[in-house]
Design a binder for this molecule. Sequence first.
Ligand SMILES: Cc1cc2nc3c(=O)[nH]c(=O)nc-3n(C[C@H](O)[C@H](O)[C@H](O)COP(=O)(O)OP(=O)(O)OC[C@H]3O[C@@H](n4cnc5c(N)ncnc54)[C@H](O)[C@@H]3O)c2cc1C
Length: 417
Amino acid sequence: MERSYYVATANAFAPASKLEGEISADVVVIGGGYTGIHAALNAVERGFSVVLLEAGKIGWGASGRNGGQMIPGWRKGAVELIATFGEARAKVMCDLGLEARALTLARISKHKIQCDLRENGHLTLASKPADLNWMRAEVEALSKTMGYSGSRVVSAEEARAVADAPGFHGGLRDGGGGHLHPLNYAHGLAGAARDAGVQLYEGSRVLRVDTSEGVVAKTEAGVVRARYGVMACDALLGDLDARLAVRIMPVANYLVATAPLTDLPVRDDLAVSDSRFVVNYFRMSADGRLIFGGGERYTPHPPSDIAAFGRKHMGGVFPQLANAAIDYAWGGLVSISMSRLPHVGRFGDLFFAHGYSGQGVLLPALTGKVLAEAMAGTAERFDVLASIAPPEFPGGAALRSPLYVLGMLWYALRDRL
Ligand SMILES: Cc1cc2nc3c(=O)[nH]c(=O)nc-3n(C[C@H](O)[C@H](O)[C@H](O)COP(=O)(O)OP(=O)(O)OC[C@H]3O[C@@H](n4cnc5c(N)ncnc54)[C@H](O)[C@@H]3O)c2cc1C
């Protein structure tokens, strides 16, 4: 994280102190990424007193390391949602996905968050000619069933005019997409939460959560006693709660930022990704660098040279950048669920949301709001999200990793073939 472009260009954020001693609140939130901060902000706005405990620094999990790509909706597209849930439920899901985008933009605007926001759209490049078939079906389902007319299929020429990369066959352009500086967005949200009255603590890893009477979160040096709790630890959950761990798989992913470029490989300030299973994603930073992510690894150990790892994948997409100077290289853990849909729910008074499967820049604005709604007694939308819970990984926490790695390697191999 220290070697990321985002830390190098972070806005000032006053650090929070470590929790010491015993305090009480209406709500204790565990985890200071987008999910935790949005839940805390929404809860405090509803009149709850809120304490947020972050193990490390605010925004230093996936929320401050990601590609910054704002991709509206869920990791499953409209066609798949309809096939899985039927038209009526899929439409509700689609509306919720679009609401997540609107809520994110509203937060950035309301709190005047300086995060290099760009709203020019997102382009998914077709890596194979056959991808255009599902892209056409997706545009049709979005417009006919979901009433969303913001996406369209573009030709290979139009795609090349945006992303100067050979070998793509066109793409799916969604006008609702965009990108932002993820760490500055997290810091801006946390600042707004602090201003609204949320008590933030950093360096305060929760070691145990006891739910026998309310929710009691214990750190090394302190205790928070609360009526409700929110688990918002995502891929960094570790062994804090085995019931949550079996629904997600942490997958390591790496990014690089080039030196500022004069010949922009991505134009129109779009966020771009490709249609491979092991996805490549890229965009320009506000100061003209290509920020490129890709090449998952199925071990938690980073490559010995992250810049070289990223350069290899970047050069595969943009041959003209095979020798480009790389100024920053970093990585993080993405949480993937079996269904690629998030796991939202509650165990009594302990709420949770995690497992956005690589699409968690926009969705936490929704999940955080919906969790606070449920705490306040309105569970309609919470129930919708809880009803899409992904299944457990086969073999539970012990076997999920080797079995899943085998599956992922199979798909990665298919990408290559
Ligand atoms: C490399 C990478 C690239 C990505 N690119 C994109 C992208 O371009 N677009 C997109 O939409 N999504 C992307 N994602 C996914 C997105 O970043 C995540 O879905 C989202 O940030 C999840 O937010 P979160 O708050 O749930 O989790 P996090 O941001 O990971 O926050 C969890 C927090 O909980 C804390 N924590 C963990 N355990 C404890 C404990 N015991 N006590 C206290 N605190 C604890 C952690 O320290 C951490 O700060 C990417 C993710 C990664 C890693």
